[in-house]
Design a protein around this ligand. Structure first.
Ligand SMILES: Cc1cc2nc3c(=O)[nH]c(=O)nc-3n(C[C@H](O)[C@H](O)[C@H](O)COP(=O)(O)OP(=O)(O)OC[C@H]3O[C@@H](n4cnc5c(N)ncnc54)[C@H](O)[C@@H]3O)c2cc1C
Length: 445
């Protein structure tokens, strides 16, 4: 069985950045496995601009942004298999995949980087009454049909869900000549970025109805209309608020879920909030040597953060491989032989998350990534990313170490659609050698 140092699963922006970072750390043996027929992931269907503002200080389209990373992977001559579906990963890091040329293959990896992205929540998860007529699509499917396959999806459209894909598709369908009648959102706030509400709805006069949901889909063969109703504080439809909209197409943009089947099959701990694996400050899952990044870890708002995080995962995988090599060098040697050989400080190999400090998300913070931290062996600083659970105005984001406030920062507005972050510095842990808990929370001013 062929052994690879780093096997990256998924050739989207996360997988590309992770593979490039591992190679730049001097790891020769890096392989990318991608189930689609091209690299680039979901970005290939995102032909709107707005990508890369942070990374390149330019407004790129999705394919342009992906192309910059594909070029790096090609310049570094990192091998990749396309049309290759990874079926399973075992705890001892055997990766089984399938493609037409090779059939079913199992390879041994020293480290694995999970970068499988996420998928859209489907109609089945919503239980909307009605028949199952044609014309109900997830927003991402409609995006792929329109942007990659040149199909016209519909003429009169209602969109349920105001996450970024729903907002972007409201504009896209309008540009394709369709009439987007309304975007309905169950929550009292939009799940998308503010800039997308302005640029995709307001600029085109498309109404956004917050605290509304679709209670019935009409039509047997093809959608003929939908009934929309307002919901109360418990998200239950309010009788008497029903409104009928005629339409031939209903797009659902009702949430993204990390592609976590391989993660679960591997036996890694999965967060109940993010549905992605729980990771430490090296983005390592509870299975030592398996790292995760991008939307498979938690759903990101901007791809720039995906690339940045994935580069860290690739670097951490490379360090793991080097540490394994060091250990092999010392294996079976006496202390005297070891000290004659060695120089640098020995970094303990991870053994899961049990002995690490847990980050606790409280009072308005839904989750943090990473969920665990090793203050003794962390980098000089780490970025902790998180989302809040509601729209908050004039609150602070605070960090506590075992109940002692360490830092606080005022924020005028925070919304679930936008990721937030705090930076934790290694030297801030000096006075807390027996630290048990790091709390990240919002606080009233
Ligand atoms: C509609 C839409 C609009 C967006 N707009 C913006 C925007 O304007 N600006 C911005 O910055 N960001 C935007 N984003 C977000 C950005 O595109 C994502 O954050 C980014 O693409 C996530 O990268 P990823 O590599 O984690 O996932 P993906 O791009 O989804 O890549 C994952 C890859 O893994 C592969 N894969 C999955 N499972 C397997 C398997 N078992 N075997 C082999 N391969 C597998 C998939 O085929 C895929 O290629 C948008 C996203 C969407 C969906």
């Amino acid at each position: 069985m062929k052994t690879w140092d780093v096997v990256v699963i998924g050739g989207g922006p996360a997988g590309l950045a992770a593979a490039a970072a591992a190679r730049k750390q001097g790891i020769e043996d890096v392989l990318i496995l991608e189930r689609d027929q091209m690299l680039g992931g979901i970005l290939n269907q995102c032909i709107h601009n707005g990508f890369g503002l942070h990374t390149f200080k330019e407004e790129l389209t999705g394919p342009e942004y992906a192309d910059r990373f594909i070029k790096v992977v090609e310049e570094l001559k990192i091998p990749y298999h396309l049309n290759t579906m990874v079926l399973s990963i075992s705890k001892d890091k055997q990766v089984t995949y399938m493609n037409r040329e090779e059939g079913l293959v199992t390879i041994q990896a020293k480290t694995v980087v999970l970068a499988m992205g996420c998928r859209e929540r489907s109609r089945g998860a919503l239980n909307i009454p009605g028949f199952r007529p044609a014309g109900v699509y997830s927003a991402g499917t409609a995006q792929r049909l329109t942007n990659m396959e040149g199909k016209k999806v519909g003429r009169e459209v209602v969109i349920l869900g105001s996450g970024d894909i729903g907002l972007i598709m409201a504009r896209r369908m309008t540009l394709e000549g369709a009439k987007v009648k309304v975007v309905a959102e169950l929550m009292p706030y939009s799940g998308g970025l503010k800039r997308n509400i302005v640029q995709c709805l307001n600029d085109y006069g498309i109404p956004l109805k917050l605290s509304h949901t679709v209670v019935e889909i009409h039509g047997k063969e093809r959608v003929t209309g939908i009934t929309l109703a307002q919901v109360d504080d418990h998200r239950k439809p309010i009788p008497g608020t029903e409104e009928y909209y005629s339409c031939d197409t209903l797009l659902l943009s009702v949430g993204l879920i990390p592609e976590n089947e391989l993660t679960r099959g591997l036996g890694a701990d999965v967060s109940r909030v993010t549905s992605g694996p729980e990771v430490n400050d090296h983005l390592e899952t509870s299975v030592p040597g398996v790292f995760a990044c991008g939307n498979v870890l938690h759903v990101h708002d901007l791809v720039d953060y995906v690339s940045e995080e994935a580069a860290m995962a690739g670097q951490a995988a490379a360090e793991y491989v080097k540490e394994l090599a060091e250990r092999e060098k010392y294996a079976g040697k006496t202390d005297a032989e070891t000290s004659a050989l060695g120089d640098g400080e020995e970094v303990p190999m991870s053994e899961g998350h049990q002995s690490l400090v847990r980050l606790s998300a409280e009072n308005g913070v839904r989750y943090t990534v990473p969920q665990y931290l090793d203050p003794k062996h962390m980098k000089d600083q780490i970025i902790v990313r998180f989302r809040v659970d509601n729209v908050y105005k004039n609150r602070s984001i605070s960090v506590y170490y075992d109940g002692v406030k360490i830092q606080t920062r005022k924020k005028r507005v925070m919304a679930p659609g936008e990721m937030e972050q705090v930076i934790l510095k290694k030297d801030s842990f000096g006075d807390y050698p027996d630290l048990k808990k790091i709390t990240i929370c919002t606080e009233e001013e």
